[in-house]
Design a protein around this ligand. Structure first.
Ligand SMILES: [Zn+2]
Length: 178
């Protein structure tokens, strides 16, 4: 395999793995940054699963905990082979192996989009600071878009991260132009 194809292969692979993490962000960040009022409302009225209510009530759900992805319906912790980007989704038909509830199609689309974007960036710009900026911004856009589509609004902290990313991108471009 030539170096070009090897680079492309790794770019897409990294894009898929990061895409998998983006799904965790879309799933958990809106729940992690609920106000007390919103949380109480969700806990008392919504049709959330018991396991998710337990996580919410104890303030334990965040990007790093639980370490392994869980099914939000039954709490089943996904083992490594249920968590391989794209492959696991296709193998399990997008369903939880334990309770058979559907994960929806968003997960695989985010992974595929992110993998494709990273592959295209490598194809056009190689491993460069420009690729890094565009990869960071596009992954952020996928998280932002995913949350907006599902929740209708984005927690303030994610908007602040967006401003930081713009500052970082601008700084890197300025350094490149110096
Ligand atoms: Zn399940």
């Amino acid at each position: 395999m030539s170096l070009l194809y090897l680079g492309l292969f790794y770019s897409v692979l990294i894009g898929l793995v990061i895409g998998s993490f983006l799904n965790v962000c879309i799933d958990r960040l809106p729940l992690q940054y609920l106000s007390q009022e919103e949380k109480q409302q969700l806990l008392s009225t919504s049709t959330l699963s018991d396991i998710l209510k337990q996580y919410l009530a104890s303030n334990r759900l965040n990007l790093l905990y639980p370490v392994r992805s869980i099914c939000f319906t039954c709490g089943h912790q996904l083992s490594w082979y249920e968590n391989i980007p794209v492959f696991s989704y296709l193998w399990l038909h997008g369903r939880c192996r334990s309770c058979q509830s559907s994960y929806g199609q968003r997960a695989i689309w985010i992974e595929l989009l992110n993998g494709t974007i990273y592959g295209l960036l490598y194809h056009f710009f190689g491993f460069s600071s420009f690729s890094f900026i565009l990869a960071l911004s596009s992954s952020y856009a996928l998280v932002y878009g995913g949350i907006i589509k599902e929740q209708g609004r984005v927690p303030k902290i994610i908007q602040h991260v967006g401003v930081l990313i713009i500052c970082l991108d601008t700084g890197i471009i300025a350094l490149e132009l110096l």
